[in-house]
Write a protein that binds this ligand. Structure first.
Ligand code: SF4
Length: 245
């Protein structure tokens, strides 16, 4: 069976594509326009993605990158890490692939990564255990606490270094128009804002983002920025790009 693209490299960053499911159907979502990001088809033939599959693809990519010469020197050699008890012998083989030129791994892709929470956590733990110098970011729609009916953020502490949450709009009405959530929730924007606040409170570097420039939607950017800053998060405006990148 043809391998699905669960891991891909783009502009010096490694992206992890865990699912095509999402609790939003954003009007500007790139998935509605094309099948690929810079030539990597991100539609998955099946949604039964395991951590093992993702880790295998990640290791292959890292190995390939290192062989192509973009290797960065790890802070410690494999032997030093074993001596310090950070790795056991069986992990040295993986550790030897340490590390690619990439400085960041992003859970993103054509869907909402937190819908595969257990896979996400297992893969992030693998990265933390084996690729010491790389930063892990999660791009999310911020619905996870609503979906799981519990605060999942403490489960991400120590695994994810940065969370970027799609705030999308300053009001519930505009949020629903732009994001078209497919979950039944009276005030889903309040859930997103609460997710941002809880992420900040957990000590995770948090950014709230807005996509600007799609068709004639008039988004009050200042209001969005205030929401982010009041929650203690950073704020980022992403210009809508036809190619998604
Ligand atoms: S939250 Fe992201 S993946 Fe989901 S529909 Fe919106 S842009 Fe697409």
């Amino acid at each position: 069976m043809e391998e699905q693209n669960l891991v891909y490299l783009l502009d010096g960053k490694i992206y992890i594509n865990l699912t095509n499911k999402c609790t939003n159907e954003c009007v500007f979502c790139i998935r509605t326009l094309k099948d690929d990001v810079c030539g990597t088809n991100l539609w998955l033939k099946n949604d039964i993605v395991t951590a093992k599959e993702v880790i295998e693809q990640l290791k292959t990519l890292v190995k390939k990158e290192n062989e192509s010469g973009s290797r960065c020197e790890p802070e410690l050699t494999c032997e030093e890490q074993v001596k310090q008890g950070e790795h056991n012998d069986s992990e040295v083989k993986v550790c030897e692939a340490n590390f690619t030129g990439a400085k960041e791994i992003v859970f993103c892709g054509y869907g909402e990564p937190t819908l595969k929470l257990e896979v996400l956590k297992e893969v992030a733990q693998f990265i933390k255990n084996n690729y010491k110098n790389i930063k892990i970011r999660l791009n999310t729609n911020g619905h996870a606490n609503f979906v799981y009916k519990r605060n999942i953020i403490p489960e991400l502490v120590g695994l994810v270094d940065e969370i970027s949450v799609s705030l999308n709009a300053p009001t519930e009405e505009l949020y629903k128009e732009l994001s078209q959530p497919n979950v039944v929730c009276e005030n889903i924007l309040a859930e997103v804002k609460d997710f941002i606040k809880k992420s900040v409170d957990a000590g995770i570097e948090t950014t709230a983002s807005v996509v600007d420039g799609y068709k004639n939607y008039d988004i009050n950017i200042k209001e969005c920025e205030n929401i982010a800053l009041e929650a203690g998060a950073k704020f980022r405006v992403r210009k809508w790009l036809k190619e998604g990148y």
